[in-house]
Design a protein around this ligand. Structure first.
Ligand code: PRP
Length: 208
């Protein structure tokens, strides 16, 4: 049985549809209840829904053999996993945004609010810019409005959240999409099963 960690939410449903179309269905997953673990013995798969930012932890520690995680999480936490495939879903970008009237003063330390401290640090280190990270867990867009930070580093998908909070995107740091990841030991010992899933998914990945 392959243990597969899927990100709970809209992206997870889309990703599950790809697994199902690839021949790894688990019909009980679609029942309207709050269960978190589902298995289809005949297909050899057990799925579980976890918080999107936790998928890589389950896979890294071997509680899941494979899973689907956003590139944002892989860049931020650098988990010891194999990244097998870009699934070309969950497309968005990591960006810097600020209030419309913000003007950077390079002589001052830049205050950056973000959930993605490592990505932000790496980006500004590359620019040789001094920053002060303000680590938040959500609703990052509020920080510049209340004067808590000068800019934010956050995920932008449609841009609607920025627009509706009077912020503007300034720079794109990196494009993001969902990736199929595998536990390193599982990939060695269950190579055939994991490759079968990966091959099936390959047929479901939509080209740009
Ligand atoms: C993300 C991100 C933005 C929003 C961007 O939040 O932090 O707030 O999506 O999407 P948009 O460009 O389409 O408006 P998410 O929903 O992941 O929740 P969060 O508040 O936990 O970050």
């Amino acid at each position: 049985m392959l243990n597969i960690a899927l990100p709970k939410g809209r992206l997870g449903e889309k990703v599950y549809a790809m697994f199902a179309a690839a021949g790894f269905e688990c019909p009980s997953i679609l029942e309207p209840n709050r269960k978190l673990i589902f298995e289809n013995e005949a297909a050899g798969v057990r799925y579980f829904w976890v918080k999107p930012s936790d998928v890589a932890i389950y896979v890294e520690r071997g509680a899941a053999d494979i899973g689907v995680a956003g590139k944002d999480i892989l860049l931020e936490y650098a988990p010891e996993v194999y990244e097998l495939m870009d699934l070309n879903v969950g497309l968005c970008r990591m960006a810097v945004a600020a209030k419309r009237d913000f003007r950077d003063n390079p002589a001052r330390t830049l205050r950056v609010a973000t959930k993605f401290a490592n990505i932000a640090r790496g980006y500004y280190a590359g620019l040789g810019r001094d920053i002060d990270i303000i680590h938040l867990n959500g609703s990052i867009e509020i920080a510049p409005i209340l004067g808590l930070s000068d800019v934010i580093v956050d995920i932008v998908e449609t841009g609607k959240t920025l627009l509706e909070n009077d912020l503007v995107p300034m720079e794109t740091i990196v494009p993001i999409s969902a990736r199929l990841i595998a536990n390193k030991a599982s990939y060695k010992f269950h190579a055939d099963e994991i490759e079968a899933v990966a091959q099936g998914l390959k047929g479901q990945v939509k080209a740009d």
